[in-house]
Design a protein around this ligand. Sequence first.
Ligand code: UD1
Length: 350
Amino acid sequence: MILTVVGARPQFVKAAVVSRALARAGVEERIVHTGQHYDHGMSRVFFEEMEIPEPEVNLGVGSGSHARTTAAMLAGLEREIEARKPRWVLVYGDTNSTLAGALAAAKLNVPLAHVEAGLRSFNRRMPEEINRIVADHVADLLLCPSAAAARQLEREGITRGVHVVGDVMVDAVLHYAGRAVPCPLPGEFALATVHRAENTDDPARLATLLETLGSLDLPVVLPLHPRAREAMARVGLAAAGRLQLIEPLSYLQMLGYLQACAFVLTDSGGLQKEAYVLGKRCITLREETEWTELVELDANRVVGVDPRAIRDAIPWARRPLGERTWVYGDGRAGEAVAALLCGMRTGAWS
Ligand code: UD1
């Protein structure tokens, strides 16, 4: 039996793909939800529309400081792993739920598999970077989205159990694109998201960013993450100019908005790839990206939050994106993950 740990929005998307592949391969899976994300629009709706198996348990950890929430997850996960004695613990990505799942499994000597291994921003001020490094260094099976990620692990001395399987988020876009909810907005617009602590937790930076988004020469639609909503409320910030704030979107709605938009502006990791798969250019509102292949392909520009740099990138972003390269696999990463977890060493795309 495989015990899967999820807790935050991007993990639901990744788990949807792998859970389906595990079920097809006849592998028994139990899902534990840490409760890191708990609003209907941040959690439940993903399970419903992506048909993710119901979690066996929700640890209900909720919001709080990194230490308090991670500690609560650790205690809950230790209990679940000890009670269920899984063959593998499976964690995804870089959130605090990933960190807790990885540590709990490693301390109990239960084999750990990490999907999205080997990614680095080389910015240790990001909590996500710490989470990735720890997870990779205690994992037994490291499932990399790209060859560059595997090379990074090698540089860190990790060579055993490393497999390039492609990116499960690409599988998700390809699988669900045909079921996208059509975007209700008429006319040209850009799609933006903002949720990273580095952008939301500094009021001056957030204010500049929102002001810039509102001052572009087309409407910008921003589905608001609760972290950004709270940060705005704390310092009394509101949308201005052509910036339109909307509630968080479900996955199928997000695909519809991505298909309809002119281009994307984001500090999310997942959206950078989703934009590319759906043929949109992306302006990344961070100082660095883990997905450097997209920069090399001239599909992504990493500009930070400098107003001038954002404005200067707009004509580039409007240009159609030509032929795409399947740099993160061809949509069969989930199958490759399932095959490796079953002990078969086949199915990887490289
Ligand atoms: C987390 C992940 C990040 C991932 C992102 C996707 C960490 C360190 N970061 O960031 O890697 O890209 O999820 O969304 O794990 N909140 C609600 N309702 C919810 C969820 C959150 O109101 O359903 C609020 C809480 O007040 C919380 C804040 O949003 O304090 C931020 O949530 P948190 O889980 O700390 O991190 P994210 O910014 O979502």
